[in-house]
Design a protein around this ligand. Structure first.
Ligand code: ADP
Ligand code: MG
Length: 616
């Protein structure tokens, strides 16, 4: 019997491989633009016709190729980026499989013009479905231009499979954004059917995001920054009040490359628990740097999926960095996208290897460990406990690093001259209550209006949540006469489930053996009147059973929020000066002073420019 095994001709093998690398115009765009970036280009033009069906052209001012490389680059496994298997683990460039150009050339008509900067003449190569039609010297700009025409011209099945132009172009657009955001130090332009869609100047991260997503982006984002031994995280996360109904604006970059990573994405979203409604999604643009040997990028052909060695640690760090950004990013320093010097976002040089960042992250940081605020905070009526901390103290607080924060003693008003020269100390203003509803005071950035009820809800909520983490309840008050509360048979079961949580919140509560459905309470958290007890528990049960607070997954949060809501000072209560001072001090010691535990804005700052605008 004669031999039956044939080696596939290259053209066929390339067509098969092409299906993996280039499945639609957007993937060709990705490969070509990434090659341009790898070539060190500082300016890249993308020209597209008919959503890439007719033409995809990428012109760069990168290093260009020699005559022989210009021919060789279309061979399979032709790459200048890997020499030996070990290189795979240290890879920092975009492509490295050496398959892209071969695959594209297998399924399109390609014209390459390239010139190295030191040469006068460049090379032009025309190749169609793997056949080199022409290679000759040519005059052209330094750098490389690759025009890909009639993609899939020789695979009608695939060509017919392409979606409407609008859809194919939206894929190109998304691919382009992913590359352009993280390569903010490269200038880009994009034309589609002769129309200029993007004209992006080289800049910093913030400017790039603003020029792609609109200047309004600056109002919607908080900056994030965290640096530890294993990872550094920088970027921006959306303010809770600007969540979206889809996951559209979520970008995660690792070592300069866009990636998809379910767990890390979830880490960001987790930081918004309590702050945003269910089925809404925060925006984020996070730029993560890890040691390249701690990731494996080669697990997926299009390389958007990666695996991390330190995934658990990364998860925790990203979540806490995001939380910190949301909670502490301040009222005073609003993010300004047109002031690049306010955020040091200078671009990393190409081939940048992050060195081990130093630890400045304190996972145990807890503002409530600072002096006496914990025990007295919830009580407006008690005169003991912390003396009022001024709001300036908090402004100073924002300027300190986490390590020093935990050692700060707030029992005395903080001296403010040290690091915050911009605070005007001359205007002595005491906060006051307006309309029995809002507290009005001044910050260095403007006049701030604080919803007293929401503020108090936030304070109590954080105090209760902190109590949950402690083993013995703090600040419980003994009742002179224990109070009996009674529950229906079904509520009885729930009460039994909740009893441990209630104890940690400061209730001393026991089921009464002699009478089923009755619980006896002998101590309560501060400021709970015994006459309220039954109704407080009833409300907690109702909240627990669902209804209003469906969005919380765990019972702890539901109970803390329920109690915080019930005990918070209501609108319509005119607060006394000392109460206002306590409230402000406690609010600004919160992790999240801006947003109430049910996700509503606590404060509004009227700044000078806005005021001038209004008075025009
Ligand atoms: P890979 O990028 O994985 O190495 P490609 O098929 O995309 O494989 O490219 C093959 C080689 O062609 C690259 O390694 C690089 O040397 C060269 N090349 C491709 N595009 C460019 C460009 N725009 N400028 C300079 N060299 C390029
Ligand atoms: Mg490549």
């Amino acid at each position: 019997m004669s031999d039956i095994i044939n080696l596939l001709p290259d053209s066929v093998a390339n067509q098969i491989a092409a299906g993996e690398v280039v499945d639609r115009p957007a993937s060709a765009v990705k490969e070509l633009v990434e090659n341009a970036i790898d070539a060190g280009a500082t300016s890249i033009q993308l020209i597209v016709k008919d959503a890439g069906r007719t033409l995809i052209q990428v012109i760069d001012n990168g290093c260009g190729m020699s005559d022989s490389d210009a021919r060789l680059c279309f061979e399979r496994h032709a790459t200048s980026k890997i020499h030996k298997a070990d290189d795979l683990f240290a890879i920092r460039t975009m492509g490295f499989r050496g398959e892209a150009l071969a695959s594209i050339a297998a399924v399109a008509q390609v014209e390459l013009r390239t010139r190295q900067h030191e040469n006068d003449l460049g090379t032009c190569v025309v190749i169609e479905g793997c056949d080199v039609k022409k290679q000759e010297p040519c005059t052209c700009a330094a750098g490389t231009s690759i025009a890909v025409r009639n993609l899939f011209y020789n695979i009608p099945a695939r060509r017919n499979f392409l979606k409407k132009d609008t859809i194919e172009f939206s894929h190109i657009d998304e691919i382009f954004r992913r590359i352009a955001i993280v390569n903010y130090n490269v200038a880009f332009s994009v034309h589609h059917n002769g129309k200029l869609l993007y004209d992006l100047k080289a800049g910093n991260k913030a400017q790039r995001i603003a020029s792609i997503f609109g200047m309004g982006a600056s109002e919607r984002l908080f900056p994030v920054e965290e640096s530890t031994d294993i990872v550094s995280v920088e970027g921006f996360v959306g303010k809770p009040e600007h969540v979206r109904k889809t996951r559209g604006e979520q970008y995660l970059f690792v070592n300069g490359r866009y990636i998809k990573h379910l767990a890390l994405g979830a880490a960001v979203e987790k930081a918004y628990t309590d702050l945003i409604p269910e089925r809404t999604y925060p925006s984020y643009f996070l730029f993560i740097k890890v040691d390249p040997s701690r990731i494996d990028v080669n697990i997926h052909p299009t390389k958007t999926e990666v695996r991390f060695v330190d995934e658990h640690a990364l998860f925790a760090i990203i979540r806490s960095a995001t939380k910190k950004a949301i909670g502490q990013f301040d009222l005073a320093t609003e993010l300004t996208f047109d002031q690049p010097e306010s955020l040091d976002l200078s671009p990393a040089p190409t081939g940048y290897i992050p060195d081990q960042p130093k630890v400045s992250f304190n996972p145990n940081y807890n503002p409530f460990n600072t002096g006496s605020s914990f025990h007295s905070g919830s009580s407006f009526r008690s005169d003991s406990g912390s003396s009022p901390r001024t709001i300036e103290a908090k402004e100073h607080f924002f300027d300190t690093t986490p390590e020093t924060e935990s050692q700060l003693d707030f029992s005395e008003p903080m001296p403010i001259e040290a690091k915050t020269p911009s605070i005007s100390t001359t205007e002595e203003s005491s906060p006051f209550c307006f309309a029995s509803k809002y507290i009005v005071t001044t910050l260095r950035s403007g006049v701030v209006f604080i919803d007293q009820q929401r503020a108090h809800e936030r304070i109590l909520f954080e105090q209760f949540m902190n109590r949950k983490e402690m083993t013995t309840p703090a600040g419980a008050q003994q009742l002179l006469f224990p109070v009996n509360c009674t529950f229906s048979p079904s509520d009885r079961e729930l009460m039994n489930e909740m009893v441990e949580d209630l104890r940690r919140l400061g209730f001393a509560i026991e089921p009464l053996a002699s009478s089923r459905g009755t619980f006896v309470v002998s101590a309560t958290p501060p400021d709970v009147a015994d006459s309220q007890l039954q109704s407080i528990f009833d409300q907690m049960l109702a909240d627990y059973k669902g209804g209003v607070m469906q969005k919380f997954a765990d019972r702890d949060r539901i109970l803390c929020l329920s109690l915080a809501r019930q005990l918070a000072v209501k609108c319509g209560t005119a607060l006394k000066t000392v109460e206002i001072q306590h409230l402000l001090a406690d609010l600004f010691s919160c992790q999240c002073p801006n947003i109430s535990p049910s996700g509503k804005k606590i404060m509004y700052i009227l700044n000078e420019t806005e005021l001038e605008e209004k008075l025009k």
